[in-house]
Structures are given as structure tokens and as C-alpha cells.
Design a protein around this ligand. Sequence first.
Ligand code: SAH
Length: 367
Amino acid sequence: MNNLGARIVRRIRREGPLSLAAFMAMALYDPQDGYYARRDPLGAAGDFVTAPEISQIFGELIGAWCADLWQRLGRPDPIILAELGPGSGALMADLLRGAAAAPDFRAAARVHLVEVSPLLRERQRRRLKDAEPHFVAGFDELPPGPLLLVANEFLDALPIRQLLRAADGWHERQVTLDAAGRLLLAEGPESAALSLLVPAACRAAARGAVIEICPAAAALMASLGERLAHQPGTALFVDYGYCAPPLRPTLAAVRRHSATGLLEHPGGADLSAHVDFAAAAAAAGAAGAVVHGPVSQRRFLVALGAEARLTALSRQATPAQREGLAAGLNRLIDPAQMGTLFKALAVTSPGLAAPAGFADEDCSADE
Ligand code: SAH
């Protein structure tokens, strides 16, 4: 067992079983041995790939989308252009290029990156040095003022809890120890208090159903909603997830592009869960912001002009590059690949029209 695994075992001996969220918080964020302290998930020897790593078209379209929203917000100068979990910096680099047609927006934008990982901060600093980014550790540290915020595959990284419906009620799935002192996933005791954490529509779920809740995502969306209720702005979240809870666990561990056991490599594997878009939207909406979507990634990118962008880029490309561009975009919008599993959600301050790509639709329309 690795060093972090041994520390988790000691903590369980001391304090008793951990919620999955507490386990995930240590595995992902421990400052010495956590996943984001030690590993570059998107590097050459990384664990997964994301939309901005697959196609430049993704970020370029979002750049034009941001420039459009900046106009609609009344061209505020300065405006905070923030990204949560910017990874390699690819999305922000492509976004800024995609927004180049609006040089006034580019000049007004103050780039702020919310990033925990020191390794990724270094990559972002290098890649985005011309944009002179400011780094902050959390959403709440962003300075006040008009805001445009983007986040791709950020919410899925936040710690979740799993609640299991058994014959006698709801139990929490916990990380505990087996007789040999190894980490083990087991059910905690039945608790009436847990049933209050289950979305009302799922409380009567059949035996065996598993609900995942993400308190950190709810808290973030509530802070964002509160901010946008009082200060102008728009936020865009793109991630894989669902509108109706699938009633089964989605939390998964990935190491070097392959699935691995949840408890096998604490700190050495990415842990992520599908995003509950309905819960995220409800938290932002309850705080006073206006929510649009979610819509499928396919619908969103196509509405933003993905095909036209592909055609324009292909004009100056070699045949091999052309093939790569088409294959990349196809991966993002093909329903059998990332097209419908991934969804886009927009949160705006009240009084703005629906942003491009979000005309009165929700994901129930294309699933
Ligand atoms: N958006 C990028 C990277 C996705 S991976 C892309 O699409 O390629 C998740 C990113 O979120 C990483 O940059 C990770 O370091 C960061 N991250 C995860 N949890 C975080 C947290 N709680 N606060 C700030 N950044 C976080």
C-alpha cells in the first residue's frame, strides 16, 4: 500500500469509517500525497483526455460565446474571465484565440484561474503567460465585479457521497477496513437523517438503488448563484452527467486510461463521478441566478457553429490535419462518444436572454 493509503488506514483506525467524500478529499487533495498534488492527469503519461485536449474547436467556440455574452452584458471593462480547473490551459488558450475577433473583449478580460494543483498551475502559467493569469485557490477568492466563468470537467472531480437504499431505509457507503486491515467499501448503519439528503423524487427508490450527492458542487453552485443574483455575469459548465439520477453508482477510478479499483491507488488514480445537473441547477437557481439547460454537448457545439468552424480550419490544413480536425470534432459531438453523455449548463444573472446554444431546451429533449 502506498503512503497515503497507510495514512488513510491509520485515520480509519483512529476515527472509524470514512464517507466516500472524506476518502475522495484525501485521495484527490491531500497536499503531500493527493492525486492533484502529485500527478499531472493530462500529461503524456496521464490518466484521461478531455474535450479541449481532443479539439481546439471546443475552446474556440466557447471563446466566441464568451465574446458574445460580454457584448450582451454591456461590454464591461474590466471583466473577470475565470476558469475552474483549467487543466493544461488548452481551453483558455483556445478560448482567447476564439475571442480574438472581439479585441475589446480581449483587452477588458482579466484572466483568473482557479486551480489546486501546483503541477497544473505551472503548466497553465507557461501556456497562458501572454494572458498574465491570476491564480486563486477557490471560487470564493475571485475578486468582485462582472464575471464570465467557464469550467470543463470540473464538477465531476468534486467529492461525492453514496447513499444506498436497503430494506430498512438508507445507508451510507463508507470506506472501512477488512479483517486484514485493508481498505474496504462497506455499508454504514441505517439512518433516518440520511434519507433527508436523498432528493425527494428518489426517496421511494427500490431496494439496491444508489444515490450520489455532491455537497461541494451544491455549495459552489449556491455561491455562484448568490454572486450572479447580485453582480452581472454568466457561467458555463460542461461535464459528463445526468438530469435524472441513474440510481446506481457512477464514481469511478481511472489510471493511465484504464479503470481501476476505487480504493486501489489512493492518490495515484483519478476519481470522478457523473454530475447531477438537476442538483447543480437547483442550487444555483435557489440562490437567485437564472439557469439554462443542460443541453447535450452535441446540441451546444453544433448551435455555436462547430461545422462552420471545422470547414474554416480545414481550408488551411493539410489532408492529414483535416482528417484529425474532423475526427476530433466528431468525437465531441457523436452521440455514441461524447455527444450526449456530456452536457452544457449555463448560469446567468437575472435579466439576460438565454445565451447562444441554450434556446429554451433542456437535456430531456435529446436523451
Ligand atoms: N478543465 C480541464 C481539466 C479537467 S481535470 C480540461 O478540460 O482539460 C480537473 C481540473 O480541475 C484540474 O485542473 C484539477 O487540478 C482541477 N481541480 C480539481 N478539483 C479542484 C478544486 N477543488 N479546486 C480547484 N481546482 C480543482
